[in-house]
Design a protein around this ligand. Structure first.
Ligand code: DC
Length: 234
């Protein structure tokens, strides 16, 4: 595989719909290029978990003012976990990698990620993490808001039924009791919420290239990616 060591490092922005395999794709790219990988969805999930744990969400209802009053005390960090070959997310020193992926967090994260103060805090942190380039960041607004000048922007999409099946298999493998219908409903609701929120809605940046991976293996996606990478770095 081509080495990037002798090349100038760039910023790679990956946006797209929920459960498209963005994080798997981004993590694999970062490993091959020796870049840092940041999953920004994990950051919105971590704030949501904190809100659930600290009484800012009860019975699915978000207390907007309470969440804003908690924001200053939430410290998010990533630490590399050699066992996983990826970074784990920590909130105030606690590793929350597993707890942020439950269906409860998935059902509340759209409401949390639509709050302006939450986005301002997390976008500033993301920009700081990418200051020195050599980063692959995935999310919903990376190519449009966080790094509008990223050298390579990819917009990922896949058939909702394929995405639901992937997420279902992932959660069942972890032992979570979920139904395929529940997962599909959650994905469709989050697609709608992501595209229609007032602040930083999900949209394809004008200079992004689209990747529909409904019927592609990870290896096929990597081959496609390396061609795009070569195009912008040569
Ligand atoms: O990628 P994910 O499904 O783990 O993201 C969780 C939620 O966070 C998703 O429903 C939308 C939100 N999100 C966002 O608003 N902006 C980002 N940059 C990343 C995620």
């Amino acid at each position: 595989m081509e080495s990037s060591n002798n090349k100038k490092k760039i910023t790679i922005a990956i946006d797209g719909f929920s459960s498209c395999g963005k994080s798997t794709f981004a993590r694999e790219i970062a490993a091959r290029l020796g870049y840092i990988f940041i999953d920004t969805g994990a950051m919105y999930r971590a704030v949501t978990l904190y809100a659930l744990d600290h009484g800012a969400i009860t019975s699915g209802i978000l207390d907007h003012d309470k969440l804003i009053s908690l924001l200053d005390e939430i410290r998010i960090a990533f630490r590399f976990n050699p066992e996983r070959g990826a970074s784990d997310i920590y909130v105030n020193g606690e590793r929350v990698e597993g707890r942020i992926r439950t269906i409860e967090v998935s059902n509340c994260v759209s409401a949390v990620s639509s709050i302006a103060e939450v986005r301002t805090k997390l976008v500033a942190l993301q920009q700081e993490m990418g200051r020195d380039k050599g980063i692959v960041m995935d999310g919903r607004d990376i190519g449009t808001v966080v790094f509008p000048d990223a050298e390579l922007k990819i917009f990922m999409t896949a058939d909702p039924a394929v995405r639901a099946r992937r997420r279902y298999d992932e959660l069942r493998a972890k032992g979570e009791e979920v139904s395929l219908a529940e997962i599909e409903a959650n994905i469709r609701n989050r697609d709608l919420a992501d595209q229609n929120r007032a602040i930083s809605p999900l949209r394809r940046a004008d200079d992004a290239i689209t990747l529909d991976n409904s019927h592609m293996s990870v290896e096929e996606q990597m081959e496609w990616f390396m061609q795009q990478f070569a195009r912008v770095t040569c």
